[in-house]
Write a protein that binds this ligand. Structure first.
Ligand SMILES: Nc1ncnc2c1ncn2[C@@H]1O[C@H](COP(=O)(O)OP(=O)(O)O)[C@@H](O)[C@H]1O
Ligand SMILES: [Mg+2]
Length: 457
């Protein structure tokens, strides 16, 4: 058996994989967007602190020095989370105040008046630096203020924003997952109910599956199963009828056999036994015929599939079967002839079953036809391959024409020791070949004509 995949897992996987994928992309994107906004916010503060330092830069008579008011220096102390460093340098005099390790941008980048922000490292710690260029009206010299700040506040804010974004998403995903799982479980529940219902049935319970359990999607399946159940029920009915009929038919000759055997046993000498023995022989013949017929019928039941349709030549088959029946026809002084062609006429059929069909028709024609009469077997090509068996006997009354195909039906008062299965078999075999069986009266003689039309071949 193939290992079946669970529908639940399948649905969840199909939802979870794209969900996780889109969530990852969204997280990466929102990381960069957040980073940008956090930087914009904190960079403004950083610039403010750099600007506040510029107020302490004094220039007189070409001398530049720095006098930082305590308020300005407080900015660099108050912050508990981050360390802030600064450096003020002049182009010519160099370092004016601050920490000399504050990183500087490459000189060529600092050519405008707008502040320049960049990331760097200081004391082995990553820092964000702002550099501004100051010009003083009393000196042409360029003065640079660099302020560096460690990144703890920025990181803290990043984490806060990302968490605020990510946590609800994760919770949402979890809720969706749980909800879906419950939904799928609830959705599949009717299938389990259905399986339980079918499992609890007895093998004889072939009622159709009720439709109230069923989803539209599963409907096609249950419809097919119901169809199968229906056909199965029909096949069982047919088989049961067959078995009952067969049992009944076999019991009668068996009872006869027993009776005659008892009769024979009561006699003392062989001559007196003879009539009973003859009866026994007749009974045994009938039983053997009946058994063969029953077996053929069982074989031709569509449910047993004991047949195989192959391409075969109808002419050869008919001719050979006729030859087998000539001696029997001669016993009743009947003339059995065959009209066919030399070239083969192919049809799709089962050799054994078609021979049996023709044998049954010939047996009837010989049995119920006129003594010294004629029986003709014909094979025709047009419009479809046709097999015809014709006799010049008394024919079959119109009223009986339908009933004679029923199993075990014989026209009351029929001669011979048939059991009424012959034409039922003929009909069954014709159906298997999807061939049309036609029964007519021969117009000039009033005899019987059976025609088998191979419409599918
Ligand atoms: N060629 C025929 N001519 C006249 N009657 C026929 C012919 N073939 C069949 N019948 C009638 O049809 C009945 C059913 O035939 P069949 O099914 O072969 O059963 P069985 O031959 O065992 O009686 C026969 O009892 C017979 O009365
Ligand atoms: Mg018969």
């Amino acid at each position: 058996m193939h290992k079946s995949r669970s529908l639940k897992t399948e649905i969840l996987l199909r939802l979870a994989i794209p969900l996780i994928f889109f969530m990852s992309i969204e997280t990466v994107l929102s990381y960069f967007v957040t980073l940008h906004h956090v930087n914009v916010a904190y960079d403004r503060w950083l610039l403010d602190s750099a600007r506040s330092l510029t107020e302490g830069i004094k220039v007189r008579d070409g001398n530049i020095w720095v006098e930082l008011p305590p308020a300005a220096l407080d900015i660099f102390k108050w912050d508990e989370l981050d360390k802030t460093y600064f450096k003020i340098i002049s182009e010519e005099k160099g370092m004016l105040a601050g920490d000399k390790f504050v990183p500087e941008p490459l000189a060529q980048k600092m050519n405008g008046l707008s502040p320049l922000y960049f990331n760097d490292e200081m004391y082995n710690e990553p820092v964000r630096v702002v550099s501004i260029l100051i010009t003083h009206h009393e000196t042409p010299e360029k003065i640079f203020v660099h302020v560096a700040e460690t990144l703890n506040k920025r990181r803290g804010m990043m984490i806060d924003i990302l968490l605020a974004d990510l946590v609800p998403q994760l919770v949402l995903m979890l809720l969706v997952g749980v909800y879906l799982l419950a939904g799928v479980k609830r959705g599949l529940q009717p299938l389990h109910v259905l399986a339980d219902e079918i499992a609890q049935r007895t093998p004889r319970d072939l009622r159709p599956i009720p439709e109230q359990h069923v989803f539209l999607e599963v409907r096609a399946l249950t419809d097919t199963i119901n169809d199968l159940l229906d056909r199965l029920a029909q096949a069982i009915v047919t088989q049961e009828r067959f078995i009952t009929n067969a049992a009944h038919q076999l019991r009668t000759p068996l009872a006869g056999l027993k009776l005659q055997a008892e009769r024979a046993l009561r006699e003392q000498d062989v001559t007196a036994m003879k009539p009973a023995l003859v009866q026994i022989q007749g009974c045994a013949d009938r039983m053997s015929h009946l058994t063969t017929q029953l077996l053929i019928l069982a074989r031709s039941e569509p449910i047993n599939g004991g047949y195989e349709l192959r391409q075969l030549d109808l002419c050869t088959l008919a001719k050979k079967t006729c030859m087998d029946w000539v001696p029997k026809a001669l016993q009743r002084q009947m003339d059995l002839s065959f009209e066919g062609f030399e070239q083969p006429l192919y049809v799709q059929g089962d050799d054994v079953l078609l021979r049996e069909l023709l044998a049954n028709l010939l047996d009837n024609a010989i049995c119920y036809g006129r003594e010294h009469g004629n029986i003709v077997v014909k094979v025709e090509r047009y419009p479809v391959p046709i097999l015809i068996v014709e006799d010049d006997g008394p024919g079959i009354p119109k009223l009986e024409m339908d009933r004679i195909f029923e199993r075990f039906y014989r026209i009351p008062g029929s001669s011979g020791d048939g059991c009424g299965l012959g034409l039922a078999i003929v009909k069954e075999i014709a159906d298997l070949h999807q061939a049309r069986l036609e029964l007519n009266r021969v117009s000039d003689t009033g005899g019987t004509r059976f025609g088998l039309f191979f419409e599918r071949s």
